[in-house]
Design a protein around this ligand. Structure first.
Ligand code: 13P
Ligand code: SF4
Length: 324
């Protein structure tokens, strides 16, 4: 049993705007236990921007978008990495740290994009378009990454596509991200029909209704949203880019067309910004809780493993992306 130090109480001030006082006592025991376990095990918690505020603001060491989490995973001295996010993020951390223990607190934390394509689908695309380079979104399994030339995230997709010096590029598996990138480059993009189950539900009509109901609202949309939604937004970018936009431009009212916890997490640092909150929950991200992070550290589960041969090829695609 870890020695419980009562530090959680002092953390409440940070999150009081987004966690009601009545809910807070349910978190404190797990927070204290996790902070003690991290010290005991020399563990690092990487948390994606879609994690709930008690994880994001109270136990995470590194927070950010998929690109930041991959970058930071590469430069850690920790023995254990806990990925508070979805499975492909934990796999990416493992690819970059083959000798470290990487834990995902719930093996069911998947992703509709990662589930939309297999390694043999990528091989078929290569046969259909010989010689055309393949860019795969990091929201894929290691087996799919292993079949690709280079990975990308929503934060660097345009730069990655343009770095290849090719007139045509296959971009998998997110059809909408591919279309949103195609709108910004002369390079011909060949897409796949994968979609994010969270972002595909936003519509241009949602944005029009929001603008009518909340005059002056600034609309930020993730590039996994359909192109018609991105076209009606004021800005589109990765979760980190949306967060930076709010920090730098300080809109008086803003709506983030993305996963629900994102607004809570950004709102903590911007009391002067009004967040309008129509949002969609990612059921996979929401499988991660303080309780299962604690169990992950106590019982060393679930350790992520990747077949060595697949890992070698997948790592090359991720490292090539990180070099862009
Ligand atoms: P980001 O890389 O922008 O954080 O997006 C990851 C993701 O899963 C969005 O749905
Ligand atoms: Fe996957 Fe969409 Fe959830 Fe992101 S929000 S993890 S892309 S299902």
């Amino acid at each position: 049993m870890p020695i419980s130090l009562p530090v959680a109480a002092s953390l409440y001030d940070r999150v009081r705007r987004v966690i009601p006082p009545i809910e807070w006592p349910a978190f404190t025991d797990d927070i204290d236990a996790i902070l003690a376990l991290k010290r005991e095990r020399n563990a690092l918690i990487l948390a994606h921007n879609y994690q709930t505020p008690e994880i994001f603001h109270c136990v995470a060491d590194i927070v950010g978008d998929s690109l930041a989490l991959a970058r930071r995973a590469m430069s850690t001295e920790a023995d254990v990495i806990v990925l508070a996010g979805v499975h492909f993020m934990a796999e990416t951390a493992k690819l970059l740290n083959p000798d470290k223990t990487v834990l995902i607190p719930d093996l069911g934390a998947g992703c509709s994009l990662a589930d939309s394509i297999t390694a043999s689908d990528v091989r078929l695309m290569r046969q259909r378009y010989p010689g055309v380079p393949v860019v795969t979104y990091v929201n894929t399994s290691a087996a799919v990454k292993a079949e690709s030339d280079i990975c990308c995230t929503s934060g660097n997709a345009l730069a990655v596509v343009e770095s290849l010096g090719a007139p045509r590029v296959i971009m998998l598996p997110d059809e909408y991200l591919a279309q949103n990138i195609a709108a910004q480059t002369k390079i011909e993009i060949i897409a796949w029909k994968g979609h994010c189950e969270v972002h595909e539900r936003f519509t241009p009509a949602d944005i029009r209704e929001l603008r009518e109901a909340h005059p002056g609202v600034t609309v930020l949309a993730h590039p996994e949203c359909p192109p018609e939604v991105v076209a009606e937004a004021d800005f589109s970018g990765s979760t980190a880019a949306m967060s930076d936009y709010v920090g730098k431009r300080k809109p008086s009212r803003v709506v983030l067309m993305t996963e629900c916890s994102m607004s809570d997490n950004v709102a903590v640092d911007h009391p002067d910004v009004e967040f309008i909150r129509p949002c969609n929950l990612c059921p996979h991200m929401k499988r991660i809780t303080l309780a299962n992070i604690r169990v992950a550290l106590e019982q060393n589960r679930h350790a992520v493993t990747v077949d060595a041969e697949i890992a070698g090829r997948a790592r090359r695609a991720v490292e090539r992306m990180l070099a862009v």
